[in-house]
Design a protein around this ligand. Structure first.
Ligand code: PLP
Length: 374
């Protein structure tokens, strides 16, 4: 079925094919070439990451995090349940037991105040996910991590160009992962980045990234031959992907400005309906900025949400619900410790995402809001 207003449309800036052609004509197609370095340097300079490595996805970057944190079978990792599979999967593949945390009442981010009760002697990592690009309470999370000697891996898949108390998301945890999947603000089809803020992990990250070899050191002239020194995989994307990504990063400010204008329009038009109690709107904590990754509403019940999605569909508009909580997924239910996570369940039942992408028009937002008003 096709819709008059799609839920998502990948935006092209127009320079993608040009840069991809440039990469091809230079005859260097494998990873870690000029475009890769340009993208990494851009992200390091703009956001102050100690080191940034492009990956083929955010999932890959999270798998690198699990390796860098040296997850061993039986280690415990605290992850919100209301998130994408990869936030947990990357650690599960390394043998971790996931201890799921509930969301906050005010927004779907994990509730920092509930973390300490979940810590045991086996806990190794906390994975805050900045849902919709809105920051988790990072000061509180880092304070808990310091106290218990835990590592923090930010799942910043949705959080490019967003801030916590003025600090860029992805620059606060020991490690962080971004996504450039076609549904995110800045895209390369599939793609991601690992950000390393703790110096200790940089050397090993470069080795894991290059199939367990010290190739990066060799090319910098730091060693006179390179070889197999550790585990790893082929986590790096080709130059063709990096060239595509460069066309997007270059236009970041333009993309962000348009997305924010659309987001603000939704908020302004839907605020009166929220004030009447029809649903709740995203609640931005005072410490967080909005990167306009997503516009969502939270209905009062599954029935109300289904009716709203249907009404939009009848008008040719595709709106979608989001995550099914991971603690009640077919894969994890038999492994979960049985704790109830009521806020995660509420978001799984009641949250609806509205269309938001660069090529959406403000007039289409007006139209969507008038259908919602009914
Ligand atoms: C999109 C997303 C991912 C996965 O990103 P990929 O690049 O597709 O691997 C992981 N976590 C969250 C929170 C996401 O939104």
């Amino acid at each position: 079925m096709s819709y008059r207003i799609d839920f998502n449309r990948p935006h092209l800036t127009g320079k993608e094919a040009h840069y991809m052609y440039e990469a091809v004509s230079k005859g260097k197609l494998s990873g870690n070439g000029e475009f890769t370095k340009r993208c990494q340097a851009f992200l390091e300079e703009r956001y102050g990451f100690r080191k940034c490595l492009l990956t083929t996805s955010c999932t890959d970057a999270l798998e690198m995090c699990a390796l860098l944190c040296d997850i061993q079978p039986g280690d415990e990792v605290i992850v919100p349940s209301y998130t994408f599979v990869s936030s947990a999967l990357a650690f599960v593949r390394a043998g971790a037991k996931i201890v799921f945390a509930d969301s906050m009442r005010r927004n779907p981010n994990l509730d920092a105040e509930q973390i300490e009760a979940l810590i045991t002697p086996r806990t190794k990592v906390i994975v805050p996910v900045h849902y919709a690009g809105v920051a988790c309470d990072m000061d509180r999370i880092m304070e808990i991590a310091d106290k218990h000697k835990l590592l923090v891996v930010e799942d910043a898949a949705q959080a490019i160009d967003s801030y916590y108390k003025g600090r860029p998301l992805g620059s606060i945890g020991h490690l962080a992962a971004f996504s450039f999947h076609e549904t995110k603000n800045i895209i390369s089809g599939e793609g991601g980045a690992l950000c390393i803020n703790d110096e200790r992990f940089i050397r090993r990250a470069e080795i894991l990234w290059e199939k367990g070899t010290n190739r990066a050191e060799f090319f910098r002239g730091e060693v006179n031959k390179y070889g197999w020194v550790d585990i790893g995989s082929s986590f790096l994307p080709s130059e063709v992907i990096a060239a595509f990504l460069w066309a997007q990063l270059e236009r970041m400010d333009v993309i962000q400005a348009k997305r924010k204008a659309l987001w603000e329009r939704y908020f302004e038009l839907l605020k009166p309906l929220a004030d009447e109690g029809r649903f709740t709107l995203p609640d931005l904590p005072e410490y967080a900025t909005n990167n306009a990754h997503m516009f969502y509403l939270v209905c009062h019940s599954l029935e109300e949400r289904s009716a709203l999605i249907q009404r939009l569909k009848d008008n040719g508009i595709l709106a979608v619900f989001h995550y099914l909580s991971l603690h009640s997924s077919p894969y994890y239910t038999p492994r979960h410790d049985g704790r109830e996570l009521p806020e995660c369940d509420r978001y799984a039942d009641c949250l609806v995402r509205l269309p938001l992408y660069y090529d959406l028009e403000l007039s289409q937002v007006d139209e969507i809001c008038s259908v919602i008003k009914g």
